[in-house]
Design a binder for this molecule. Structure first.
Ligand SMILES: [Zn+2]
Length: 241
């Protein structure tokens, strides 16, 4: 059974209401994050709550998610966490299967190519935040943003809706690439979140007319398109190094 993020979000709303019945509930964004081992984070930014649940808990049953929701929201609000919440969550975390997964993920750490949002030149988190404010009124929930492990050139950006993940080609993390080009590629991937895939008669449509109209609203649309057209061959050459 696959638990929907919406179902998990409900639990955080419930926990928030339980700890702070009189406070207005801020927008809450839930995502899974490829943390090493067992790790989760909750934070408030611009009046919105961002919860990142460790990938390891992807198959955690809903009642344990409820326990985790009370733990994280309680920590955020500096309230006493109910013992029942801890009990139901730790029962899951302490299970053999999860312990095994956690140590396997730690073992894999050394081999894994570390991908982060901070490149040598450009910081994707910063670029995302700027675009989100300028073009989307901060409405796009922050996905996992990473530079690709390899310098791909054919695909400059990729959005994975299932994992809420945007990967940008590392070939763009260079002083030779103008910032507006990186912004344009991130902007394009953000539009995929803003305009989810349309299914019509069994066909999938990603770049709908509405998507394309919005894409042209990018301040440097023409310049960015032109730059990519002129430089793709050079990126391709560099990618082979
Ligand atoms: Zn696209």
């Amino acid at each position: 059974m696959i638990i929907q993020l919406d179902q998990i979000r409900e639990l955080y709303i419930e926990a928030f209401r339980w700890f702070a019945p009189k406070r207005e509930i801020p927008p809450i964004h839930i995502s899974f994050y490829p943390y090493i081992g067992i790790n989760h984070t909750i934070r408030i930014r611009d009046g919105q709550i961002f919860v990142r649940i460790g990938e390891i808990c992807h198959e955690m049953p809903l009642p344990c998610h409820k326990g985790l929701a009370y733990i994280l929201v309680g920590k955020l609000l500096r309230k006493k966490i109910p013992a029942g919440a801890r009990a139901v969550y730790s029962a899951y975390i302490k299970s053999d299967a999860i312990r095994e997964k956690a140590s396997a993920s730690k073992r894999a750490r050394g081999r894994k190519v570390v991908t982060t949002s901070k490149g040598a030149v450009y910081d994707l988190d910063e670029i995302f935040a700027g675009l989100n404010l300028q073009y989307f009124g901060n409405a796009i929930p922050e996905p996992v943003l990473t530079w690709s492990a390899n310098k791909t050139y054919r695909i400059l950006g990729h959005h994975d809706a299932t994992h809420e993940h945007i990967a940008i080609s590392r070939s763009l993390d260079s002083r030779d690439v103008p910032k507006f080009v990186v912004e344009y590629v991130v902007f394009h991937e953000m539009l995929h979140i803003h305009h989810p895939t349309q299914h019509v008669n069994g066909r999938k449509y990603n770049h709908t007319p509405a998507f394309k109209r919005d894409e042209e609203k990018f301040a440097y649309y023409t310049e960015a398109e032109r730059w990519i057209e002129r430089n793709v061959r050079r990126l391709k050459r560099e990618a082979k190094r």
